[in-house]
Design a protein around this ligand. Structure first.
Ligand code: SF4
Length: 375
């Protein structure tokens, strides 16, 4: 049995069933991204997608049969998940894990599902819901230029069919930065897409890349990203601090001196300016990616505004030595958050590592190397 799966999904879709409706990215030119390097975009035929859904439904039944054979009456527990993977392989493991998590969420891959004809996407979404009535939430990735071209009626149709959330790479609200990193969208399109998606009743999550403007455009990046969020009104913003991947145009720009990456302190300071510049929005801030130095930077504005700024200030108020220990400990996986610095054993361990790196420049180079390992 085989179904197609794409390479990525958002972190928050870890318990979702993955259904691939297009292959790869129709844009595939962003200077910081290598996810679909060398891969051709294509739309999948509706019948092909439906065949995958039918196959997944059969796998669902086989997993339940494992449970019945073991005497658990079709209920899915951890042992059924392990057995499904061990006996049948990854696809059965994926479906069993999804059933174990309640079979509630489905994520449509790959990078821009909204590029499909709305009627085709509606058809697929309805087919998913008819196949698994337990599904409560269907979500997908979309690009802002594509979403901004949909008319309000189309987005409403998608919502009524069951599309609950769109995950969108905003990256920056600055046209200078967007152009420099070849994102192929504008701040105006982001605002238009955000407002249309909100009007259709679909939840919107924007991904933001602290550091994407480099030293050259850090201030515009922070201020203009905040301005677009203030107008576009997403429900979530997710930080994913920049790590410059080796096989990308941005890496070449860095080597040629056209792009100067921020160090850890500069990236955090930029996040502070962005958060302090948000106003009139009801938005949940999420930092659930290992690349973010301050993973504890989570809360909902406006209520948590001062608390979030306080988290950043707590870091910025550290002594240079404390900052160096925290930065190295975070990147080495010793600390998850600043409270972990209360553990003297862990601090001692990181101090030993730090003693082997004898200059601030070498430390920053080492931290950049460690960050690259996460992408
Ligand atoms: S639109 Fe997304 S997937 Fe496509 S190249 Fe840009 S960042 Fe990568």
């Amino acid at each position: 049995m085989h179904v197609e799966q794409g390479p990525i999904r958002p972190p928050s879709e870890a318990s979702s069933l993955l259904i691939r409706v297009t292959r790869n990215c129709p844009w595939n030119k962003c200077a910081f991204c290598s996810t679909y390097n060398g891969k051709q975009f294509s739309r999948r035929a509706i019948e092909e997608i439906k065949r995958d859904i039918d196959t997944l439904a059969m796998v669902t039944e086989q997993v339940r049969q494992i449970s019945r054979d073991k005497g658990w009456g079709g209920r899915i527990n951890g042992q059924v998940v392990s057995e499904a993977g061990a006996v049948y392989g990854y696809l059965h493991y994926h479906v069993a894990w999804w059933l174990y998590q309640g079979a509630k969420n489905v994520f449509l891959q790959d990078a821009n599902s909204l590029i499909l004809k709305t009627s085709d996407l509606v058809h697929i979404i309805k087919y998913v819901r008819a196949t698994w009535p337990s599904v409560e939430r269907i979500t997908t990735y979309a690009r802002a230029d594509t979403a901004s071209r949909k008319n309000p009626g189309e987005l409403r149709e998608l919502r009524e069919a069951g599309l609950v959330r769109i995950h969108m790479g905003m990256e920056s609200g600055s046209d200078i930065v967007l152009k420099k990193v070849r994102k192929g969208i504008t701040a105006k399109q982001l605002v238009e897409a955000g407002q249309k998606i909100a009007a259709a009743g679909i939840s919107l999550c924007w991904y933001i890349i602290p550091g994407l403007g480099g030293r050259e455009h850090s201030r515009e990046h922070a201020l203009e990203t905040a301005a677009v969020i203030n107008q576009g009104k997403p429900d979530f913003i997710r930080f994913r601090t920049l790590a410059v991947r080796k096989n990308t145009p941005l890496y070449e720009m860095m080597l040629s001196g056209d792009f100067t990456p921020l160090d850890e302190d500069e990236a955090v300071t930029e996040q502070r300016l962005l958060l302090a510049s948000l106003s009139g929005v009801n938005v949940t801030v999420v930092s659930d990616h290992v690349l973010n130095l301050l993973q504890e930077l989570e809360g909902t504005l406006p209520a948590d505004r001062e608390r979030l700024l306080g988290i950043i200030d707590r870091y910025l108020d550290m002594t240079p030595k404390e900052k160096a220990i925290f930065q190295l400990g975070r990147r080495a996986g010793v600390f998850v958050n600043m409270n972990d610095m209360r553990d003297r054993n862990r601090v001692g361990y990181v101090e030993n590592l730090l003693n082997k790196i004898n200059s601030p420049e070498k430390l920053q180079a080492e931290l950049a190397r460690m960050r690259r390992q996460f992408v």
